[in-house]
Write a protein of this length. Structure first.
Length: 332
């Protein structure tokens, strides 16, 4: 059966010895095993069933690209609910439009700032990332009392059932909801089997595209199918240093190329002077840079922003680091 739940179960059952995800924390990158990720999805799925979420119910996700987003998406798929993804930088008006247009019964938001955007939307369930431990606990209790509930819910899901709504950008009017079935995304993920060495099992993929984006969602599913490790891009809040535009310009003087990036709290009209900064991690890893070089880059950035060192001085060290990586090691 070509369903996303089947794709996920196969990934977990393979019991790979490499991590499913890498999550950046204060002390560096932390590994999340396939068994741990599988257990989390099981508990979330049972927790959603305990809350009364059922097959065909639309459920929004309003957050940046994170592990919580990814695993909640799989939990929805396991019970046949339909994900309605909302871009994290969407205005309150656009958030309302997606949730109401999709007939969502609930939404998962990243934090209280995102919750504030949908405060006026009537929903049966409004969850934040902070609530997910409680949902998992509810799921464990529900599974103990109803051990067959999740399997029975999955048995009702067919490959022609809806998996998700992907909303277009809406440049010619209100966003349009693309109705994507389980079979559609399953086939998109598995068709790369016919492309030699498109993705290898021991690859690590840094995913920074929004999961509300069609291709970002595909790469998230592809990680489960191919068994490679997925990690998620973290965008820095640089308001205290002058904002994304100012910081990007200062770092460029030191030969450190970054991108200004909207954060969820930014207003749409702040698009040219956003609060956030995205570091081109993919651009340097494709040259073969690893963890040690990331530390070196972080130190260069800190010298410019935190220590207020002359960018011209830092530039020489940035060029010296770059000189050791001249060949493209990975491409797409």
């Amino acid at each position: 059966m070509r369903t996303i739940g089947q794709l996920w179960r196969q990934a977990v059952a393979a019991d790979l010895d490499r991590p499913a995800y890498l999550v950046e924390g204060e002390d560096g990158w932390e590994e999340v095993s396939w068994a741990e990720a599988g257990r989390t999805v099981d508990e979330l799925a049972n927790g959603l069933l305990a809350l009364g979420v059922r097959k065909g119910d639309a459920f929004g996700i309003l957050a940046q690209t994170t592990l919580e987003w990814a695993l909640f998406d799989y939990a929805l798929a396991r019970i046949g609910a339909v994900g309605a993804a909302v871009y994290a930088n969407s205005s309150p008006k656009d958030c309302r439009y997606v949730l109401e247009h999709s007939d969502a019964i609930g939404v998962l938001v990243e934090d209280e700032d995102q919750r504030a955007k949908i405060a006026d939307v009537e929903l049966r369930h409004v969850l934040t990332f902070a609530d997910l431990d409680e949902v998992r606990a509810r799921g464990r209790k529900h599974a103990a009392a109803n051990p067959d509930a999740l399997a029975e819910a999955e048995a009702q899901i067919g490959e022609e059932d809806l998996f998700t709504f992907i909303y277009t950008s809406g440049t010619t009017g209100p966003p349009k909801a693309c109705m994507i079935r389980h079979r559609n995304y399953y086939e998109m993920a598995t068709c790369i089997d016919r492309v030699p060495e498109f993705a290898l099992g021991d690859d690590v993929m840094l995913l920074y595209l929004p999961l509300a984006h069609n291709f970002g969602r595909l790469m998230h599913l592809l990680g489960a199918h191919k068994g490679f490790t997925t990690t998620h891009q973290v965008i820095a809040d640089v308001r205290e240093f002058g904002g994304g535009l100012e910081v990007a310009h200062r770092l460029a003087e030191a030969n450190l190329i970054t991108n200004k990036n909207l954060l969820p709290n930014d207003r749409p009209e702040d698009w040219d002077r956003p609060s956030g900064l995205r570091i081109g991690t993919t651009e340097v890893t494709r040259l073969g840079m690893g963890a040690a070089e990331m530390d070196a880059i972080a130190d260069l950035i800190a010298r410019v922003l935190v220590e207020s060192e002359d960018p011209a001085t830092v530039k020489a060290n940035a060029q010296e680091l770059r000189a050791g990586f001249q060949a493209v090691r990975y491409t797409f």
